[in-house]
Design a protein around this ligand. Structure first.
Ligand SMILES: Nc1ncnc2c1ncn2[C@@H]1O[C@H](COP(=O)(O)OP(=O)(O)OP(=O)(O)O)[C@@H](O)[C@H]1O
Ligand SMILES: [Mg+2]
Length: 394
């Protein structure tokens, strides 16, 4: 052994990007959407969208009704011709390929299963159309039935199934052709709340097992939060923010995203001072309009004295108490409980502050009590730590 090898520096552990391929500078995107637009006459439904999605992601597109979600998905599937732009999947430009030649399958907003066919026949449909040998069809249907746990219901007709079971038939039918990408348009919209929550977990498990790239469209922000590796928030044909659910929830880029993705209390404020802490952090102090309450907050961009901003605080970041709280970095205000909703594990309070505005607080019910800890018309203090203030320039 030479002296040189003896002195070799110990290898640093390599960063594992398996769960976060979008952070890996070496990773090649699996789907590339480049400046994609769709115009209907003089109306722009999708406005020059660019996006990279990585293999095995469960990517969600979230936005209000009419913002262009389905149109975008339909262009990926090949059911709508783009007015401009390019779609590349696995290195191949599919922009001009017809729907049946694309390595994608789409589950529509209203998933229609054939009522006259059994579960097994519904699932087999795509392969039958492709005239695959019967033995192969049977074995792949069996595989799918197991995957979506419908083995015992294979002979039933759709009307003999629950909503969730029907949903799973539609999923199996979309997956049996082993698409590289599965597009799902509001896949859980037809299910009731409890079933939707359960099916969300099933969908995540299924996607994990298969490793297929899923693009899911939804207007339900809780669904987007639960399902996604990353989420794109869409408004008027454009993406307003793309990030992990945590990034988008805790670090929204503007008022629209903050308000759309979860609930937030937004206060108009004016910057009174700004100090640069390091190359990417500034600590600002701002006065809330109406009350003049001073709020400290960290933000990533330079702001100047006199700038008009919004300060956002999520309801669960606020503490509610009858005693005045103490703490170094707390912002404290007070008010009267005007509305109260008891959910068992937590309660939602709507507190009218002395400035007249309503502030929403979500509090865990830690204690086991026979009566509510706080009641309507109680005088309360609300407080939050400066690290919980979100600075929103728009
Ligand atoms: N064929 C069409 N001709 C003209 N306008 C259309 C057409 N299809 C969609 N649009 C319009 O494009 C916009 C985007 O429609 P899209 O179906 O993509 O919305 P969405 O985000 O999926 O909404 P939802 O959540 O209600 O399903 C809407 O304003 C819609 O009216
Ligand atoms: Mg739609």
């Amino acid at each position: 052994m030479t002296a040189a090898t003896d002195k070799e520096a110990p290898k640093l552990p390599e960063t594992d990007f398996t769960e976060t391929p979008w952070l890996d500078p070496q990773a090649a995107p699996f789907i590339q959407i480049k400046s994609l637009s769709k115009e209907f006459d003089d109306f722009t439904a999708v406005d020059s969208i660019s996006l990279d999605i990585y293999q095995g992601e469960l990517f969600t597109i979230l936005g209000g009704s009419g913002c262009g979600k389905s149109t975008l998905l339909r262009m990926l599937a090949g059911f709508e011709n783009p007015s401009a732009g390019q779609i590349i999947i696995d290195g191949v430009d599919i922009s001009d390929l017809p729907a049946y030649d694309r390595p994608v399958n789409m589950m529509f907003q209203s998933y229609a299963v054939f009522p006259h066919m059994t579960v097994a026949q519904n699932i087999a449909y795509g392969l039958k159309k492709d005239r695959l040998p019967n033995a192969e069809i049977n074995s792949r249907v069996q595989e799918m039935l197991e995957l979506v746990q419908l083995q015992d219901l294979a002979a039933r007709k759709p009307k003999q199934l629950s909503g969730g079971q029907c949903q799973r038939v539609a999923l199996a039918r979309a997956l049996i052709k082993r698409p590289k990408v599965l597009l799902l348009d509001e896949p859980l919209a037809a299910l009731d709340k409890k079933l939707r929550e359960q099916t969300q977990f099933e969908l995540i498990n299924l996607q994990h097992k298969l490793g297929t790239t899923f693009i899911v469209v939804t207007h339900d922000q809780e669904e987007a939060m639960t399902l996604s590796s990353r989420v794109a928030v869409m408004d008027a044909g454009r993406f307003v923010q793309i990030g992990t659910p945590l990034e988008v929830y805790e670090f929204p880029l503007n008022r629209f995203v903050a308000d759309f993705f979860g609930t937030i209390n937004l206060f108009d404020a004016t910057v009174t001072s700004s100090v640069q802490v390091d190359s990417c952090t500034h600590t600002i102090e701002a006065a809330l309009d109406k009350t003049g309450t001073l709020v400290k907050a960290d933000c990533s961009h330079q702001l100047n004295q006199g700038d008009i901003i919004s300060i956002g605080v999520r309801p669960e970041k606020l503490s509610i108490s009858q005693k005045k709280p103490r703490g170094k970095n707390l912002t404290i205000t007070n008010g009267i409980v005007e509305d109260l909703a008891y959910y068992g594990n937590r309660s939602i309070y709507r507190v009218r502050s002395h400035s007249g505005r309503m502030i929403q607080v979500s509090a865990q019910n830690f204690q086991r009590t026979k009566e509510l800890v706080l009641e309507w018309d109680d005088q309360v203090y609300l407080s939050w730590d400066s690290s919980c203030s979100v600075v929103l320039p728009e």
